[in-house]
Every structure is written in C-alpha cells, then in structure tokens.
Write a protein that binds this ligand. Structure first.
Ligand code: 6PG
Length: 252
C-alpha cells in the first residue's frame, strides 16, 4: 500500500522501467498497453521525463524499442477531452523521446456503434501486424498492461452487463455500454490475460469500497469485471494508495 497518488505514480514508473528493461534484454522489444482515465496521468508525466535508453541499462526507458497501445478507448475524436489518446498525448507523447510510429491509437472512421465495431477489427489487425502473429489466432502477449479500476468495478472498458465480458476469442471488442449510452473499444479478457505483466493503478477514497469487494477477505468471485483479469502465464500487481486500500483489513 502506498501513501498517496504521487507514490502510486512513482512506484508504477519504477515498475514500467524494470519491465521494459527485462523485455528488451529478453526480446529486444517492450510492448505496453496504456490505461485511460485520470489516475495514470501523473505516471505518464513521470515517464515523459525519461530519456531514450535503447540498451535499457541506464535511468531512461528504451523508447526506440517500445510499442505503445491502448487498453481501451472512448468513441470520440482524438482531440476530444474524453479521448484516452489525447490524455496520453498531452502527458506523455508530447514530451518523451517517443517515435509516433510506435504509438498505436484506436482509429475510428465514425464514432457510432458501427464505427466502434470497425475500429475494434482494425485494432486487432494492427496488433497482429506489430506483434507479427496470425489474426484470429492466439492473442499477442504484452509485456505490460496498465489498468485502472472504476468505482463500479469495471476495468479497461469491460463493464458489467456488456457482451464483451463473454468474449473468449476476439482480442478487441466494441461493447455498447448502457450506463454511458455509448459504445467503447476495449481489450478483452483473452488479450488481457495473455499478458506477461498486468498492473492495476488505483488511488483515491472513491475506490475503497470496490477494492475491498475485490481484494478483501470476503470478496465474491465474478462480482466485478476487474476480477476477470487473471493473467494465465504472467504476473499481476495492484498499486493502491492508502485511501483506496482503506477498506482492506490491515494484516497484523
Ligand atoms: C477509461 C479507463 C477506465 C479507467 C477507470 C478508472 O477509459 O475510463 O480505461 O477503465 O481506468 O474508469 O478511471 P480513473 O483513473 O479516472 O478513476
């Protein structure tokens, strides 16, 4: 448990750097999926301050060997205030030594349900191309997936009551989210759970109840979509600040 949102961001920055170092040493490439929402903004600003370090041996990050995707996206133009791409562009891409060709936003022809479905299909093709895997085959394995947690227990854009939760083959889905009255584009459980590493970044008192319902001793499996994130052959960590962890009984 970490003191505050700043401590969560700093711990996450160290974790991203360590993961990148290991990935580049092992495979010469680091693949990461960014989370949306507001929590990761500070992390992205910290990452933006890291110089390119291709060998991943110094204090920098191997940006020139890093491929960046988005775990989910709102169906809005990239300049829209709700766009996850816009948030990451402002906090990270505009200042880091990142090659724009290595940033892979979700691309929309239109922002309605049909446009979301097409965007999900084209995102899968982009994943297959960058990871050099067969479309429709086993999902590519990200080195690191960053996730947030909504107070309602959603993560990425996997919301309760949506058909994306039952998707067992597709890597990317375009569910209609009734509570938002809007479509979203999101990684599915098959793609998320193929990752080598998954990190949840959760901060603030508004998450304390849902954190307790997921991580507490009396948690009910399957209650929240975030509980469906279980890497098959990878590691998962929760970076919580004190406020978000307030509902967890502290082990003596
Ligand atoms: C999104 C995110 C979503 C987010 C949570 C937490 O597009 O909204 O991917 O899953 O991580 O809603 O959002 P906050 O960090 O703003 O609390």
């Amino acid at each position: 448990m970490l003191d505050d949102p700043e401590a969560v961001a700093r711990a996450a920055c160290d974790l991203v750097r360590a993961c990148a170092r290991g990935a580049v040493a092992a495979r010469g490439l680091f693949t990461i999926a960014l989370s949306g929402g507001s929590t990761p903004r500070r992390l992205y600003r910290l990452l933006a301050g890291l110089p390119d370090d291709p060998g991943a041996r110094g204090r920098g990050l191997p940006w020139s060997r890093t491929e960046i995707f988005f775990g989910d996206e709102r169906c809005v133009p990239p300049e829209h205030q709700d766009s996850n791409f816009r948030m990451a562009s402002e906090a990270l891409f505009s200042s880091a030594a990142i090659d724009p060709g290595r940033v892979h936003p979700v691309r929309f022809e239109s922002y309605d349900r049909a446009g979301a479905a097409r965007a999900a299909e084209s995102y899968e093709s982009e994943l297959a191309r960058v990871f050099d895997v067969r479309p429709g085959g086993a999902p590519p394995r990200f080195d690191l997936v960053l996730l947030g947690l909504g107070p309602d227990g959603h993560t990425a854009s996997l919301f309760s009551g949506t058909d994306a939760l039952g998707e067992s083959v597709r890597w990317v889905a375009a569910p209609w989210v009734e509570k938002l009255a809007a479509p979203r584009v999101t990684f599915t459980y098959p793609l998320l759970n193929a990752a080598r590493g998954i990190v949840f970044l959760v901060a603030g008192p508004d998450k304390a109840t849902v954190v307790q319902q997921i991580l507490g001793p009396d948690s009910t499996p399957g209650r929240h979509p975030a509980q469906g994130v279980r890497p098959e052959a990878g590691e998962m960590a929760w970076l919580l600040d004190r406020a978000a962890a307030a509902g967890l009984r502290q082990r003596p």
